[in-house]
Write a protein that binds this ligand. Structure first.
Ligand SMILES: [Zn+2]
Length: 92
């Protein structure tokens, strides 16, 4: 499914346009989860280990990701959010 989307042979089809839209929605949701996590990490000064990513719920297989409770890609997002929060970019 995911691979078919990337080949783009049917990029003008409504299915493809839906896929692009849902991908954007998913990214927004992941970003919101990452920001949520970043605030919790800053508030509690701790992270909890998990076998599934807090952001995207993907099964985590490497021990470093499990100890963070985030996949590598999502952890990058969380770190960016923490940096943003610390820079006061999200100040209400
Ligand atoms: Zn994730």
């Amino acid at each position: 499914m995911e691979n078919n989307i990337e080949t783009g042979d049917w990029s003008q089809s409504p299915v493809m346009q839906n896929a692009a839209r849902s991908r954007a929605t998913r990214l927004r949701r992941l970003q919101a989860r990452a920001y949520d996590a970043a605030r919790q990490i800053l508030a509690t000064d701790s992270i909890s280990s998990s076998k599934h990513c807090y952001c995207c719920h993907k099964l985590l297989t490497d021990s470093l990701s499990v100890s963070r409770g985030f996949g590598v890609v999502c952890w990058e997002r969380v770190l960016n959010c923490i940096a943003d929060i610390k820079a006061d970019r999200y100040a209400a």
